[in-house]
Design a binder for this molecule. Structure first.
Ligand code: PLP
Length: 362
């Protein structure tokens, strides 16, 4: 029997997610040692996690299964988030990505509204779950939320709304009053706050008011543990209970669990790097705008979207890559003239600027 007979009918329509390539693969392709690459393409915290996080993992009982109820983790996260959030309102996941998938599996709507340009996982996981993504473009130029267009999408049958604040890749954040207006719509509202530690106003105070609001967060961007995959949802306790009920029992592994709790415990130390990255974002903007052909969009995040003027953005990304500097380009019409660059350490910015000067000479 041919296995193809047993596949889902829409298997041909499924597209693979296009993640950034692993560093060693890129190093090989570029012909440079891994240590010489400047990784500004995936918004990781390049300062890494503090020693206390590594110590916690070293001491963990790796031979024992994790707690499926995530009790210690949920309590620590609730304390970290504040805003009156209780542990019953927290659900941990294998990264925020896991929770996006879980939300689709719990709700199975016909259509989901995705405010674009957006993080690619929303549409990717929607399609895997046979949910049709309806793109709701942000306003041209500013990339502000088009609330009327979003309302139209909900009126047209989107039962879930995905929006990100601060948004990836545009960097702009939602005002809490805008978030409130979205929560008043007849839909499950997912606000992804993956970058909230770097700026923007959290929608968390609205959780007490709106049971249709789910906030997603992660340890990947601020805490320096993207490789461990820990994210969480904040939501109504009833919704949280359902998510807990259908998740993979051990979705947060032992190393990830202790590392996330150590990160919370030692957050003062990590926030020093967060502040350094925010300062470096400002320095990067000044230096790059000084080149005369890059225009920064305002950012409340740990990356900046730059508009490339008078030359091809795609060629710039290629030119940087040849010099070992990795930044993000999106092959889609609304972002064709833009590149997204993560904020790094001062030495990363210096390499970036030197490489951009080289690109400009060609
Ligand atoms: C990076 C990112 C995530 C992924 O978070 P993980 O916890 O690493 O899965 C989620 N949302 C947005 C907008 C992101 O940029």
């Amino acid at each position: 029997m041919d296995y193809r007979r047993f596949l889902r009918e829409d298997v041909g329509a499924l597209e693979e997610y296009q993640p950034v390539k692993p560093l060693d693969v890129l190093a090989e392709e570029i012909g440079m040692p891994v240590g010489q690459l400047v990784k500004l393409d995936a918004n990781e915290n390049l300062y890494g996690a503090p020693a206390a996080v590594y110590d916690a993992i070293a001491k963990a009982d790796l031979h024992i299964y994790p707690d499926p109820g995530q009790n210690h983790l949920r309590e620590a996260i609730a304390g970290y988030v504040g805003h009156g959030v209780t542990p019953e309102q927290v659900v941990g996941g294998t990264g925020a990505d896991d929770l996006i998938d879980l939300i689709f599996r719990l709700t199975m709507p016909e259509k989901v509204a995705v405010v674009t340009p957006a993080f690619g996982m929303y549409s990717f996981l929607a399609k895997i779950n046979r949910v049709q993504p309806i793109e709701v473009p942000r306003l041209p130029g500013t990339f502000d939320l088009d609330i009327d267009a979003l309302r139209d999408a909900v009126d047209d049958g989107a039962r879930i709304v995905f929006l990100t604040s601060p948004n990836n890749p545009t960097g702009n954040a939602l005002l809490i009053e805008q978030a409130r207006a979205v929560c008043e719509m007849d839909a499950l509202v997912i606000i992804d706050e993956a970058y909230i530690e770097f700026g923007g106003e959290s929608a968390a105070p609205l959780l007490a008011e709106f049971s249709n609001l789910v906030i997603l967060r992660t340890f990947s961007k601020w805490a320096g543990i993207a490789g461990l995959r820990v994210g969480y949802a904040l939501c109504d306790p009833g919704f949280a209970k359902l998510m807990m009920a259908i998740k993979q029992p051990y979705n947060v592994n032992v190393a990830a669990d202790v590392a996330a709790r150590a990160a919370i415990e030692h957050r003062a130390e990590i926030f020093e790097t967060v502040r350094a990255l925010i300062a470096e974002r400002g320095r990067m903007v000044r230096l790059l705008e000084g080149l005369g052909w890059l225009k920064a969009l305002p950012s409340a995040s740990n990356f900046v979207l730059f508009r490339v003027e008078g030359r091809s953005a795609k060629a710039v990304v290629k030119g940087l890559r040849q010099q070992g500097v990795l930044v993000r380009y999106y092959p889609r019409p609304d972002l064709a003239d833009y590149i997204r660059i993560s904020a790094g350490r001062p030495e990363d910015t210096d390499r970036l600027v030197a490489a951009l000067r080289q690109v400009a000479l060609r």
